[in-house]
Ligand binder design. Structure first.
Ligand code: TYD
Length: 142
């Protein structure tokens, strides 16, 4: 189930299969109904400084889905005009963040692991790492 939460951003609920005794399993397949063809998978772990953030940046093309595998984290979204923040604390909820959305994650719980699937191979040229550069890239909206 997919629900829009912000421009170019969705929450996606994936199935949670199992029970409290055996534990749970979430699986998804990349068929032609999936949002994009996954070209890259990465995960972020052993975050030491709980005041720290991952990001901030935006992408020119890349679409990604972030999974908060254990614990909770706050996702901050910004299209250059409006901002939204959302806390996710369920491993079967993915947050899809499309291109041209400034984003960062903070307020992690201890031991957090993020799993991310992306639509592109890693390319530093796809990043907008400076907020003014991001606004400039999106200036046709203003
Ligand atoms: P970085 O972009 O700083 O992480 P964040 O998402 O928190 O802004 O990435 C950390 C390092 O990992 C940086 O040297 C780039 C590299 N990297 C890859 O090599 N491949 C990838 O897919 C990603 C996301 C990062």
């Amino acid at each position: 189930m997919k629900s829009i939460i912000f421009e170019n951003c969705y929450l996606i609920e994936f199935p949670k299969l199992g029970d409290n005794n055996r534990g749970f399993l979430t699986a998804f397949e990349i068929n032609n109904k999936f949002l994009f063809a996954i070209k890259r998978i990465y995960y972020i772990y052993e975050i030491g400084d709980l005041q720290g953030i991952r990001g901030p940046h935006a992408h020119k093309q890349t679409q990604q889905i972030f999974f908060t595998l254990n614990g909770k984290a706050k996702y901050h979204l910004d299209n250059g005009i409006e901002k939204k923040e959302i806390t996710i604390d369920k491993p079967n909820i993915g947050i899809f963040i499309g291109p041209k959305i400034w984003h960062y994650i903070n307020d992690f719980s201890v031991g957090i692991i993020f799993l991310v699937v992306a639509s592109t191979y890693y390319d530093e040229n796809d990043y907008l790492r400076n907020y003014d550069q991001f606004l400039d890239y999106n200036k046709h909206r203003l």
